[in-house]
Ligand binder design. Structure first.
Ligand SMILES: Nc1ncnc2c1ncn2[C@@H]1O[C@H](COP(=O)(O)OP(=O)(O)OP(=O)(O)O)[C@@H](O)[C@H]1O
Ligand SMILES: [Mg+2]
Length: 415
């Protein structure tokens, strides 16, 4: 592996013939020699290249070898380059240049002994190559370590997401089971009771006065179950991006009136007074069935979480936009919850204490509003009620309007 690392050697001598002789001695594969005829020329090369070793003549006109070494020691980029001084003077000079990094200085004496030159240069070049290889390995290790840490972090995040998804699924399943069981139980008990009446010949229980209320009770339970199943189907479609809308001329005022009317009984049961303020008509092109779903979801929430206090629905037109707001005076929503309640299964802790719910209504609502090119916002403070506002362009933007009558799953969009 060392052979792959190129070693650059700097030769500094004022006599060209010395430089040539030295170069011939140290030549070897994987080595490149750079010749400098003066300390100044050497400095220029030092700025440009990373050297494994500098062989420096001590006696040079102008800046001498030791002065050059001083300058090298003072610069971060060059302070680690080992130096072999070449000197014609006596051996007493050997320790004249102390303080330079220990082990990184050596001496050769003129006339040069070829063996000594080759072996000293080999030692330094080997050292350089080992150091380079080691640094390379360490860089690789550090990169691998970093990558590993990133992977561990990703894994932890995935595990966290999975655990959360599993928890949400479990909560969801138990909630759905509970929500389906309640109306089913009621229906089952009613059926048993009717069977008992029949077997005892007690036909008075099925008198014309009693029958309408009986049917109404059944229908209410069935409606609850159908709504729940519809919500789950919508979520599945939304996940597959298979929920589409079919805009048609619609009067939003009339739709709002119908929704308030449909929920009147539910409002009375909750002790909530619902008021609607709307222009005589507000015409636009929307998917009527889906917008009805939006208004129903918002109004149901306002009644559920409105603490029995009055709820107002306001329908307005402003320019090319229709606006519907639903205001309650109930438990409210903390600022940190106001974004996440539009995600599936997300509910506030406070609301769980007040009413059962799957946390799907607002998720579906926002998607429907998005599909119409509109927006939904909430203003709320805990204990001070909430106002949900939906804005819909009078016409669904062309890029969003789906001309096809059917959805990819073959169902009509509004069924
Ligand atoms: N008017 C409101 N006042 C206070 N909190 C609200 C209101 N509307 C929504 N929330 C909070 O947002 C959550 C999500 O609402 P969303 O309608 O999506 O679900 P849900 O009402 O719990 O169940 P469902 O799927 O039956 O609609 C609610 O559980 C509640 O915590
Ligand atoms: Mg809801």
């Amino acid at each position: 592996m060392n052979i792959d690392i190129e070693s650059k050697l700097l030769l500094v001598d004022d006599l060209p013939e010395n430089l040539l002789a030295l170069e011939a001695l140290i030549r070897a594969p994987g080595r490149t020699a750079y010749r400098a005829g003066s300390a100044e020329a050497a400095l220029a090369l030092l700025l440009e290249h990373e050297f494994a070793l500098a062989i420096v003549d001590v006696q040079m006109p102008g800046m001498n070898g030791f002065e050059l070494a001083e300058l090298m020691r003072g610069t971060e980029r060059t302070r680690h380059i080992p130096i072999i001084f070449v000197s014609a003077a006596g051996r007493e000079l050997n320790y004249a240049f102390q303080g330079y990094e220990s082990g990184a200085v050596d001496f050769l004496h003129k006339p040069l002994d070829p063996h000594a030159v080759v072996s000293k240069v080999n030692v330094f070049v080997d050292l350089y190559q080992h150091r380079k290889a080691l640094r390379h390995e360490m860089d690789l290790l550090a990169a691998a370590h970093k990558k590993q840490e990133e992977l561990v972090q990703q894994l932890q995040q995935t595990q966290h997401d999975l655990e959360r998804a599993v928890r949400m699924r479990d909560d969801f399943m138990s909630m759905v089971s509970h929500e389906l069981r309640t109306p089913l139980n009621t229906l089952y008990l009613e059926a048993q009771l009717r069977q008992l009446h029949l077997s005892k010949g007690n036909l008075a229980s099925f008198s014309p006065e009693r029958l309408p209320a009986m049917i109404e009770r059944d229908q209410r339970q069935i409606r609850n179950m159908v709504r729940l199943i519809d919500d789950m189907l919508d979520v599945t479609r939304l996940r597959r991006d298979a929920l589409s809308i079919k805009p048609q001329p619609t009067d939003l005022s009339a739709l709002a009136k119908a929704v308030v009317e449909n929920l009147r009984q539910q409002a009375e049961a909750a002790g909530t007074v619902v008021t609607l303020s709307a222009p005589a008509e507000l015409r636009g092109a929307w998917d009527e069935f889906r917008i009805e779903q939006v208004l129903t979801n918002l109004l149901t929430n306002a009644m559920r979480y409105g603490g029995g206090k009055p709820v107002e629905m306001l329908v307005q037109q402003s320019g090319d936009t229709a606006r519907v707001s639903v205001r309650d005076q109930g438990i409210g929503i903390a600022p940190e919850d106001q974004a996440r309640i539009f995600e599936q299964f997300e509910r506030t802790d406070d609301s769980r204490k007040h009413a059962a719910g799957l946390g799907l209504g607002l998720f579906i609502t926002r998607k429907i509003v998005d599909l119409h090119g509109g927006r939904i916002d909430v203003e709320s403070a805990p204990g001070e009620g909430s106002r949900f506002t939906v804005e819909l362009p009078l016409q669904v933007p062309a890029v969003l309007a789906n001309p096809s009558d059917t959805q990819p799953d073959g169902k009509k969009s509004s069924q």
